[in-house]
Ligand binder design. Structure first.
Ligand SMILES: NC(=O)c1ccc[n+]([C@@H]2O[C@H](COP(=O)([O-])OP(=O)(O)OC[C@H]3O[C@@H](n4cnc5c(N)ncnc54)[C@H](O)[C@@H]3O)[C@@H](O)[C@H]2O)c1
Length: 250
């Protein structure tokens, strides 16, 4: 499906990531429906999109978003627990828990319910997209792509767009176009079955393993490792969450 034909987006799973993805999709100009199986999560997410730390109200207060745009975005977002309510969407971004079998099962179910030309995107942190898409039809595999956001979605600009050998060029272009409308900086990544973590999480994982090896060997403390990354590379946080104790300045 081409970007100009995308009018309505569904976000599957309205938790930490789903709420943020829905918010940037709405501020990007798209109608969006969040589907979660838990109505309490839906209420909490509705509240956090409106009034949370990264929500629309704070964006207006911080001068990041005009008031009218925030009102318009809120009006574009709807919530449901019913699968049938997302049958007519043009694109789905999945943000349910990181369990491969669950994602495979949910996408297989969606394949039978959602119109055939709709794009399926997964926000998996690192499962190969080919594996996530295993149980959908071959036709849908052409419309299957990875869209991996970073938390918190509203403030982190990164978006990895992951394509398989089956992903069509239209699908890739639409995922990139939607990401741009959401205000994201896009890195393209070729799907690599047998690995986990695409680009960001693989590199971070390698660095974390090295940091842990240094700490375990007694070469430096966790605090000194974090201090070096924060003060020497301008990282906002280190590997171990050690900032030298409350009130201590480096
Ligand atoms: N949290 C992060 O920092 C982060 C960053 C990038 C990617 N991710 C990935 O995003 C995905 C979601 O992570 P999260 O942190 O938002 O999880 P979360 O637990 O906050 O939210 C997941 C939501 O999915 C719902 N859910 C479960 N089964 C469902 C179904 N069949 N249909 C609809 N909703 C369903 C749950 O009720 C829950 O509200 C995972 O794949 C995770 O690896 C997470």
């Amino acid at each position: 499906m081409k970007l100009e034909n995308v009018k309505k987006v569904a976000v599957l799973g309205g938790g930490v990531m789903g709420g943020g993805i829905a918010q940037v999709t709405a501020t990007g100009g798209y109608e969006v429906v969040i589907r979660d199986i838990n109505s309490e999560v839906i209420e909490a997410t509705r509240e956090s999109i409106f009034d949370g730390k990264w929500g629309l109200k704070r964006a207006v207060e911080r001068g990041k978003l005009p008031f009218d745009a925030a009102v318009e975005a809120m009006q574009k977002i709807s919530f449901t627990t019913q699968l049938s309510d997302i049958a007519d969407v043009d694109l789905i971004i999945e943000a349910i828990p990181e369990k491969l079998e669950l994602k495979q099962q949910v996408f297989q179910e969606l394949d039978g319910v959602v119109k055939p030309e709709a794009i399926f995107a997964s926000n998996t942190s690192g499962f190969a997209i080919e594996d996530v898409a295993r149980d959908v039809s071959d036709a849908r595999k052409a419309n299957f792509v990875g869209m991996h956001y970073s938390n918190p979605v509203v403030t982190m600009k990164m978006l990895e767009v992951i394509y398989t050998p089956q992903t069509s060029q239209d699908t890739i272009d639409t995922a990139v176009g939607l990401g741009e409308a959401q205000g994201k900086a896009i890195s393209m990544v070729k799907d690599a079955p047998g690995t986990y973590g695409f680009l960001l999480n693989r590199i971070f994982g390698a660095a974390y393993r090295e940091a842990k090896a240094i700490a375990d060997a007694g070469i430096a403390t966790e605090e000194d490792i974090d201090k070096a990354m924060i003060t020497g590379r301008n990282w906002p946080a280190g590997f171990f969450g050690r900032r030298g104790g409350i009130g201590k300045e480096w």
